[in-house]
Design a protein around this ligand. Structure first.
Ligand code: FMN
Length: 170
């Protein structure tokens, strides 16, 4: 898809069809995440693919925002492996994980899949439920699947602030 129509056509999908996601599509989406830039190219992202019935039922018991997606990507960072800005002391893990997620989200749209970025989740509960190794921090979930036939954008999707409210010259 051409880039502008890709970003214009993406919206948060919260109702998925029962269709199984093709393994090739999943691999393409994960590979798009791999191409994302990360601070100093340290690549601290760690992505857990939740797709077994057990994993899906666990994640759905932790957050309503997993919806009925057939796959949920749990995007984490091993923050100890991420770059730390020596001036601010800020760890780049969350930023890196976000860029990786954006790459995957847009590739999903490109392939005709839908997704929704999810942060409304108890990350400590995720760590316990999926027995994440020490130091692995979940930053967001990306429920993924083919949109249901009657899936339409939430009205909020059409609300965008004018550039003047968010862009400044100095
Ligand atoms: C950081 C972040 C966190 C979000 N968390 C959730 C969430 O927990 N549950 C949910 O249904 N949507 C969540 N969303 C989706 C936003 O509500 C949605 O992107 C926004 O309303 C704009 O709509 P659109 O994605 O359809 O354009 C999140 C989006 C972002 C970027």
């Amino acid at each position: 898809m051409e880039y502008l129509s890709l970003i214009q056509s993406r919206f948060s999908v919260r109702n998925f069809s029962g269709r199984t996601v093709r393994e090739d599509d999943l691999r393409e989406i994960l590979s798009a995440g791999r191409l994302a830039p990360t601070a100093k190219n340290f690549q601290p992202q760690r992505i857990y693919v939740l797709k077994s019935p057990e994993a899906l039922s666990k994640v759905r018991s932790i957050t309503k925002s997993a919806y009925n997606a057939p796959i949920v990507l749990m995007v984490c960072s091993e923050d100890a492996s991420a770059w730390v800005n020596p001036i601010t002391g800020r760890n780049s893990g969350q930023m890196d994980a976000s860029i990786v997620t954006t790459h995957m989200m847009l590739r999903a749209t490109d392939l005709g899949l839908g997704s929704v970025w999810v942060c409304w989740v108890d990350t400590e509960a995720l760590k316990r439920a999926f027995m994440l190794p020490e130091g692995i921090e979940p930053y967001c979930l990306l429920p993924l699947g083919y949109p249901a036939d009657d899936c339409t954008p939430n009205p909020r999707h059409y609300e965008r602030k004018p550039l003047e409210e968010t862009v400044f010259e100095r």
